[in-house]
Design a protein around this ligand. Sequence first.
Ligand code: PBG
Length: 331
Amino acid sequence: MAPFPAARPRRLRRTPAMRALVRETRLSADDLIWPLFVRDGEGVLEEVPSMPGVVRRSVDRIVEAVEGARALGIRAVCLFPYTDAALKTDGCEEAWNPDNLSNRATRAIKAACPDVLVMTDVALDPYNARGHDGIVRGGEVVNDESVEALVRQALAQAEAGADVLGPSDMMDGRVAAIRGALEAEGYQHVAIMSYAAKFASGFYGPFRDAVGAAGALTGDKKTYQIDPMNGDEAMRMISRDISEGADMVMVKPGMPYLDLCRRAKAEFNIPVFAYQVSGEYAMIRAAAQHGWIDGEKVMMEALGAFKRAGCDGVLTYFAPEAAGLLARGWE
Ligand code: PBG
């Protein structure tokens, strides 16, 4: 840069048009994946108290919501079931029931909005009473038996029409096992977005309320999710998942891990997504509700930061709100 006064960087910040001309990063509705909570029943919209503005929806209401989001330009959604406690078993059999909530919602969305991508969650926490992502035997989350169950779950989701499978369980070897099964069973076209860099985070608290797993969780998830202090380990997990057949990878949570979004993009040159998780959402919402921050401004700033850090997109509960602002010309 030239020395002052030849360089006056404020020249490029003078007007909205000038700022738009030199803006480096842009957020668009195409960058957004909207996570949705599905519950049973009909015509049901149920508030999630720890996530103001987020609701659990019955399948018919999910379809309406996706149609509305589609009109705002959102073309990817991600499903999380709120499973009836009576359907939870130690063996997690409901996970591969072709007619479970998640699979019913997938079929309904694909029938109504075939051009919207449906992503599903491959993990067992909605299906066992202990709230763990794998099968628990003798107080331990067992790896290989869990992987077998996850493969069954993944195949049922592919059969229902899911476009993208999101293994969020963090068991070892699951991406290879799922990829192999998809290839063998005629689902070569189904993509895998691996939750590769998923941390044992406190930021998931409100989500566990939303899927009804909060009270259920016995212990913690530290034997399978990554220690929040470990960035190199996260890069190894991304490398492993890519070698096992992941098409895209995720860093989760998002904002406290932006350094790893940047590293993942630089080191692997593959589509990288961040999950702006429930706790991140709840913090912004709660502060905005108190009038302590400008909620819209902070939402757009946080989402833009993921793009600036190198992410190709973001899973965010703010998706429809952000897409609405973008459609109205937010900058
Ligand atoms: C579990 C799962 C979690 C989230 C997505 N999938 C929670 C967990 O690992 O306990 C968290 C999402 C969020 O907090 O928004 N398979």
